[in-house]
Write a protein that binds this ligand. Structure first.
Ligand code: MG
Length: 382
């Protein structure tokens, strides 16, 4: 089935790969949004001829409007523009590839519209998972994960009508560039080293999250929300080869896994075509040239971000929004080379100590927790 897409965050790594899939598989692109990547947005708009192109940044939108003046593409600006793209009537599928909690409102707008959500914005589920899933249930919006681990689990769960048959979900983790290092060694690592992921080419924020293992902590919470699983039914296994993308163990002891090359085009495409499968641009996996597959225990003490995320997974309420907001702020500071690698977990931990947790939060409580967490981080580095 051919889909009509609205791609939120089309200039990022997932956004660009979604366009690659759309082109290879013949899906139509009705809307694209960027934050301020005007040049790329112009090129994408010229190539894919969407009805709408929005830039969240007002100045970027003004420039994009000038650049696309000779086309029929309508250019919108600000959060309003992104929300309009998320709810665009002719789009049946919204790919949420915006990084961070900035993706929350647009995702909710798409859910309100009853769209299929190809969910690539894990922060949305980490901060407001219960609200998001409840709203999707109400509007009938299908949420299909793009995150490779969650897509793997989604694929393994096909044909499983009763979640009671699931004994546990096993999330694999590459371990990132610093697997096996001690705290003393981690104290010395640089921005450039942290940005060198061994297996995956991704955006900067998620690459740093992979190096701290916060990414796996966020994915643990994401899996709890997507699949309504308690934390004790989710396990993390370090799998350095990034070939097994995750697994599901059933009550009878059978374990199903999904394997593939480290290529996001496959989970992106599956989120669009599910429950169908079609040929596409993903690099095939040659089993006979694979290295031996290994699985090891994670170390949440050395990689403190993972430990903190697992604590928040148990604690619930706004603790996961505080975790996420503090992490977003700390990672931005690390990318600006204003703090060290180990400062990231130190600042997240400080924010979790300072900001009170609200149980059963409203959307406003969640945004407030996010702001307070960022403030707490800035306060600690001042
Ligand atoms: Mg992932």
């Amino acid at each position: 089935m051919k889909r009509t897409l609205s791609i939120l965050g089309s200039s990022g790594s997932i956004g660009q790969q979604t366009l690659k899939v759309a082109q290879a598989c013949g899906h139509r692109v009705a809307a694209i949004t960027v934050n301020r990547s005007v040049e790329l947005a112009e090129a994408q708009a010229r190539q894919f001829q969407p009805r709408l192109a929005a830039a969240a940044d007002e100045r970027a939108a003004a420039e994009l409007r000038v650049r696309l003046a000779d086309t029929t593409v309508k250019v919108l600006s600000g959060e309003e523009g992104v929300l309009e793209a998320a709810a665009l009537a002719e789009a049946d599928t919204v790919v949420t590839a915006i990084v961070g909690v900035a993706g929350l409102r647009p995702t909710l707008a798409a859910i309100d519209g009853g769209k299929r959500i190809a969910l690539a914005n894990k922060e949305t589920l980490v901060c407001a998972g219960e609200l998001v899933m409840a709203q999707a249930e109400q509007t009938g919006a299908e949420i299909v994960p793009v995150d490779s681990e969650h897509s793997a689990i989604f694929q393994c769960l096909q044909g499983c009508a009763d979640r009671g048959e699931v004994r546990r979900l096993i999330l694999t983790a590459s371990g990132g560039p610093f697997f096996g290092k001690s705290r003393e060694e981690l104290a010395q690592v640089t921005r450039a080293q942290a940005l060198r992921h061994p297996n995956w080419a991704m955006g900067e924020k998620i690459t740093i999250d992979s190096a701290t293992l916060m990414n796996k902590g966020l994915e643990f919470i994401e899996a709890m929300r997507l699949y309504s699983m308690p934390p004790e039914k989710i396990q993390i296994a370090i799998h350095r080869e990034s070939i097994v993308h995750s697994l599901v163990e059933f009550e009878d002891g059978a374990i199903l896994a999904q394997l593939g090359s480290a290529d996001m085009c496959l989970p992106i495409q599956y989120a669009l075509t599910w429950p169908e499968r079609t040929p596409g641009p993903a690099k095939p996996l040659d089993l006979l040239s694979c290295p031996p597959l290994t699985f090891q225990k994670p170390d949440p003490e050395t990689f403190r971000c993972l430990g903190l995320a697992l604590e928040c997974a148990e604690r619930g309420g706004t603790s996961t929004a505080i975790l996420n907001g503090a992490n977003e702020a700390a990672v931005a500071l690390f990318l600006e080379e204003k703090i060290t690698f180990l400062d990231i977990s130190r600042l997240v931990e400080a924010a979790l100590e300072r900001v009170p947790v609200v149980k059963s939060p409203s959307l406003d409580d969640i945004f407030q927790a996010d702001c307070a967490a960022r403030e707490a981080v800035y306060h600690c580095v001042r």
